[in-house]
Design a protein around this ligand. Structure first.
Ligand code: ADP
Ligand code: MG
Length: 344
């Protein structure tokens, strides 16, 4: 199956190269319409109906730091980040399973807090907790969630499907979750240096909430229905705008040009980034964890969403040879870099 003669470092493949390498020789049977490579897998059931499945894992020390991440928020986030993948397919999530591994350092009360957050998210997004798995762990807390959803075959929107001249649209605003993370890390360092200093988080509620209590854009799927918009391609922004643009472009075999001045950034995000000497645009492009939806639409749908406050038109789709570009505020054209999170 694999013919590697010598040891290869995982870092030479990167996360997406690794997934591709490991899964490319698998055959799809059993009515699977779409397997590895999108926000969720799609399985045809009956009469044009489909079941969708997606899974995501959160690891202590990699995805969250319990020295500042409240357990209730963690439970909530574990659910919403998974639901986000379902909405990114224009599908309705129905069920979740939750698998959890924890060490004896956790008390019953601590696990209860995690489950309070899980329940809050299940109630808000109207999904059913239907199972999972529980294990001890030698080190660190792990939460893995699988979500099952449904949609009709023609409702589903994939990462592929964008056409030349389509508009690139993003919901909400970007870079906030990354700035929230930077803020929490900064306050943690201050606290380690001097435990008597109280964290100074005033005025930054917005970015903290973006990091600690992200919401999934259920509302956007409903707006699409009401405005009769059918995106040509879509993905959720988990790794950063640039990385997600690369996924849409790669899967659609096209290029994308973005306009820096059109990228939506909240003033709190902007000001905090500046305070840390970070480029706010870079926070939006490479920060990740915003869980907004990035999609493309045919220009004929422009009127339907052009005045809607939840949507920003940030660029357009080109042919593949034009590549990936960012037109800066100064009018210069730069090649877009996809940094995202370096998993390995
Ligand atoms: P997302 O950021 O939307 O959660 P990922 O980047 O985690 O998506 O995964 C990309 C695709 O690769 C998805 O279709 C996912 O199901 C698949 N995938 C990720 N890891 C594995 C794995 N170890 N084995 C098989 N498929 C995987
Ligand atoms: Mg996704």
């Amino acid at each position: 199956m694999f013919e590697n003669a010598e040891r290869t470092e995982l870092s030479t493949l990167g996360e997406f190269g690794l997934i591709d390498h490991l899964t490319k020789n698998f055959t799809l049977r059993n009515n699977t319409i779409a397997g590895v490579g999108d926000d969720a897998a799609v399985i045809k059931t009956s009469n044009g109906k489909c079941t969708l499945i997606s899974t995501d894992m959160l690891l202590e020390g990699v995805h969250f730091d319990l020295s500042y991440f409240p357990l209730k928020h963690l439970g909530y986030k574990a659910i919403t980040v998974n639901l986000s993948d379902m909405y990114a397919m224009n599908a309705k999530p129905n069920q979740v399973t939750v698998s959890i591994a924890m060490s004896s350092r956790f008390s019953l009360e601590a696990v209860e807090e995690i489950y309070q957050g899980i329940q809050l998210a299940c109630d808000k997004y109207e999904v059913d907790l239907v199972g999972g798995d529980t294990s001890t762990s030698k080190q660190g807390l792990v939460i893995s969630v699988t979500v099952v959803g449904e949609a009709t075959e023609n409702e589903i929107v994939y990462r592929k499907g964008a056409q030349v001249n389509d508009l690139v649209v993003v919901t909400g605003d970007l870079g906030g979750a990354y700035c929230g993370f930077q803020m929490l890390e900064r306050e943690k360092r201050v606290y380690i240096d001097n435990p008597s200093v109280q964290p100074d988080l005033a005025g930054y509620d917005y970015i903290l909430e973006r990091q600690l209590k992200p919401e999934a854009r259920k509302d956007i799927i409903e707006i699409f229905k009401n405005l009769t918009i059918h995106p040509t391609s879509m993905i959720d922004v988990s790794d950063g705008l640039a990385s997600e643009c690369f996924h849409l472009a790669k899967n659609s075999e096209l290029g994308i040009t973005l306009y820096e001045d059109k990228i939506p950034i909240d003033p709190t995000t902007y000001n905090f980034a500046r305070e840390l000497d970070l480029d706010p645009t870079l926070c939006a492009l490479s920060g990740g964890e915003d869980y907004e939806l990035l999609f493309t639409i045919n220009q004929s749908d422009f009127e339907k969403l052009s005045t809607h406050p939840d949507f920003s038109i940030i660029g357009y789709v080109t042919d593949k040879s034009a590549g990936m570009n960012l037109i800066t505020k100064g009018g210069n054209k730069h090649t877009l870099q996809a940094q995202g999170w370096a998993a390995f």
